[in-house]
Design a protein around this ligand. Structure first.
Ligand code: ATP
Ligand code: MG
Length: 350
């Protein structure tokens, strides 16, 4: 037995992430502003599987190193302000049970029914109590696109009031889209999580394979770089599949392996990512998506090709871009988010 597959999605520890220097530098500088009494709100934006949750976990680790309390949770549709307080309470209790905090700070939170009026006071109270032990309280809310418009408005209004009082509460949201925060544009610093570059991909593969002493041939590495296009979940799924299938005594992963296992890679990618992306599209969007399956195209070329009005195609393309199926490369020009996904889309269209 070769032990646990090092490419298993989700097992990577925050400190094992590759790349993301710029994203981490930005967080560090915004955290410093918060500690200096100028709290910052961040919005981490990126498509499915690009690394938003991983980045938030990394931010959590950095915040904790800086003596901040970091409250990380994934948002649900039904969330209201009570959820904030519940998660804050859970995090404090967890720190106490781990010995990282000694004093019981959650007494004042017991049995409080949170509403628009008392939430600010409650959070202010908690911070005042804790500030001898902590530098800041950082809320990291993953998948904030799940929140209703109203909950989002309340959340932002609350943090704005806390920030006006220079209380050290920092808010970091992640989302698969822009969240239409136009009215709060001044408040939020957006960070677009991008694909990993060639150097990061090579580092990730080499680091993961180091304990097993397995190597990847040059040609195979380039194929993996080309086909994953630096998308972390696509990359891990490709590598996970090959690692899973090679024989116990094999020490070199070659392009031959990649080609032979491609059908399994495609089937695993469908399960991990592609099915979800595709199932969310409407039949009109699918028709347009099919026209981009072989690579890039302009919206007007696609309109001509499908014999549809330009504004109809434009609307569908914008929706496909918002859901992560298409990527904008220039004005009016888009490409499919990933080459293997293009292959999948063509297969689905048959
Ligand atoms: N910079 C990175 N270095 C190494 N692995 C990464 C990196 N970013 C993401 N990963 C890995 O890629 C996988 C997908 O990342 P993650 O779950 O963070 O994406 P996500 O954007 O939150 O996806 P979703 O939209 O589905 O929630 C995870 O297994 C994670 O460990
Ligand atoms: Mg996630």
């Amino acid at each position: 037995m070769r032990g646990i597959n090092p490419f298993t999605p989700g097992i990577q520890k925050p400190e094992e992430l590759v790349g993301r220097k710029e994203e981490v530098n930005l967080f560090n500088s915004y955290l410093s502003s918060t500690l200096a009494g100028q709290p910052v709100f961040m919005l981490v934006i990126g498509t499915k599987g690009i690394g938003k949750t991983s980045l938030l976990r990394y931010y959590q680790a950095i915040a904790e190193k800086n003596k901040a309390l970091a409250v990380l949770f994934r948002s649900h549709k039904s969330d209201d302000l009570q959820r904030l307080i519940d998660e804050l309470e859970n995090t404090i209790n967890e720190k106490i049970s781990l010995g990282a905090l000694t004093k019981k700070y959650t007494e004042s939170l017991k049995n409080v029914k949170i509403n628009d009026n008392n939430c600010e006071k409650t959070m202010e109270g908690i911070y005042t109590d804790m500030k001898k032990d902590l530098s800041a309280i950082v809320f990291l809310i993953d998948d904030a696109h799940n929140l209703s418009k109203e909950s989002l408005r309340r959340l932002i209004s609350l943090f704005t009031k806390l920030a006006d009082k220079k209380i050290h509460y920092m808010l970091v949201l992640s989302s698969s889209g822009e969240l239409h925060l136009h009215e709060y544009k001044e408040l939020f610093r957006p960070i677009y999580v991008s694909e990993l570059n060639q150097k990061d991909i090579t580092e990730l593969i080499e680091k993961s394979l180091a304990p097993s002493k397995i190597k990847v041939g040059e040609e195979c590495l380039h194929t993996i770089i080309d086909d994953s296009q630096g998308h972390p979940l696509v990359l891990l799924t490709i590598c996970w599949t090959i690692y899973d299938k090679i024989k116990e005594n094999e020490r070199i992963i070659s392009r031959g392996h990649y080609i032979a296992y491609l059908p399994t890679i495609m089937s695993n990618l469908s399960r991990e990512l592609f099915d979800d992306l595709y199932e969310e599209t409407s039949s009109g969007e699918r028709e347009v998506l099919g026209a981009f399956a072989n690579g890039e195209a302009t919206v007007s070329d696609v309109a001509v090709q499908l014999n549809k009005p330009l504004n109809t195609v434009t609307t569908l393309v914008l929706r496909l871009a918002e859901s992560g199926n298409l990527r904008k490369i220039a004005r009016g020009r888009y490409k499919i988010f990933n080459r293997l996904y293009g292959k999948y889309v063509l297969g689905r269209g048959q």
